[in-house]
Ligand binder design. Sequence first.
Ligand SMILES: [Zn+2]
Length: 140
Amino acid sequence: MIKYNLKCNNDHEFESWFSNSEEFDNLKKKNLLECIFCSSKNINKSIMAPMVSNSKNLDYDIKFFDKNLKKEKNKLLELRKYVEKNFDYVGPDFSKKVREVFYDNKNKKAIYGTTTLEEREELAEEGIDLLSIPWINKDN
Ligand SMILES: [Zn+2]
């Protein structure tokens, strides 16, 4: 079983379990995925949440991307490449790692990974800001 954070085209976020990643793709293809809030069938998966390091440049770049995020897919692919190159992937351990980075001043590295909505809310309460980005597949 695999849990994805899903988001509809009206920015509703929710979680859903799938037996594997193909199941998600199949359901999406058959239009069987539906937003639990507005019943939209325009659902996308797997929000990744990069942690922005202290570096001002990095911060600037991320904001730049953030502004243009919804414009085009190419930007998202660029962003994905950028994140993969500059951030350490920590996977589902993200919320744990992000705390380590956040509370350790010597260890300001940029990481990315997946979180649940719940974890993100907890982190936000602790003052840890995360940026969610739609994670686009290179091949579709
Ligand atoms: Zn919705």
